[in-house]
Design a binder for this molecule. Structure first.
Ligand code: APR
Length: 177
């Protein structure tokens, strides 16, 4: 599914983020930035040890913030590591923190001259954020940023599995009605 927002392309696709050829891919990391499972594990496996070596020098990352490294062996030249909120029922500013992950990742991309970026569905795996609500928050945060920044020419959401892909397509359709 693809739409244009203020001259930027917003694409939803089903696939593996480690295979994307955007300038940057975003990692759903944890505060240590020292690797984990899920998409974090996949990115470190595909990118190789150089990424972890760089992460070690970053001193961790707060929830809702984002930090950048190289892309190691992957097609993407950069990885932007962000830390999503652990979902605890929705009364601990989870929505604001999740939106911040997308906004801060895009700000770091703009600061580094990155023009195309791919996101996974942050916090919807081990961090248990309900996918439908997360999809709405993610898309709203990205669309808000693209409406005021034309330097980013393409944003992809790379969804792993049909359920996530359907949830994001549904959320985007509802937002555009
Ligand atoms: N490409 C794209 N998306 C992927 C991939 C992949 N290769 N692998 C997993 N995903 C998806 C999951 O299906 C889920 O929808 O990424 C989304 C986020 O799930 P997690 O990777 O579990 O991330 P999150 O929920 O943010 O939890 C972060 O898990 O791996 C640890 O170190 C990480 O502690 C941190 C926590």
């Amino acid at each position: 599914m693809q739409i244009t927002i203020n001259q930027s392309l917003l694409t939803l696709l089903e696939g593996d983020i480690t295979e994307q050829d955007t300038d940057a891919i975003v990692n759903a990391a944890n505060k240590s930035l020292l690797g984990g499972g899920g998409v974090d594990g996949a990115i470190h496996r595909a990118g190789g040890p150089a990424i972890l070596e760089e992460c070690r020098k970053l001193g961790g990352c707060e929830t809702g913030d984002a930090k950048i490294t190289g892309g190691g062996n992957m097609k993407a030249a950069h990885v932007i590591h962000t830390v999503g909120p652990v979902y605890g029922g929705g009364h601990h500013d989870e929505a604001m923190k999740l939106a911040s992950c997308y906004r801060r990742s895009l700000e770091v991309a703009s600061e580094n001259g990155i023009r195309s970026i791919a996101f996974p569905s942050i916090s919807t795996g081990a961090y248990r954020y309900p996918i439908d609500e997360a999809a709405r928050m993610a898309l709203a945060a990205v669309i808000e940023y693209l409406n005021s920044h034309t330097d980013i020419t393409e944003v992809r959401f790379v969804l792993f599995g049909g359920n996530a892909f359907s949830a994001y397509c549904k959320a985007l359709r509802e937002m555009r009605e």
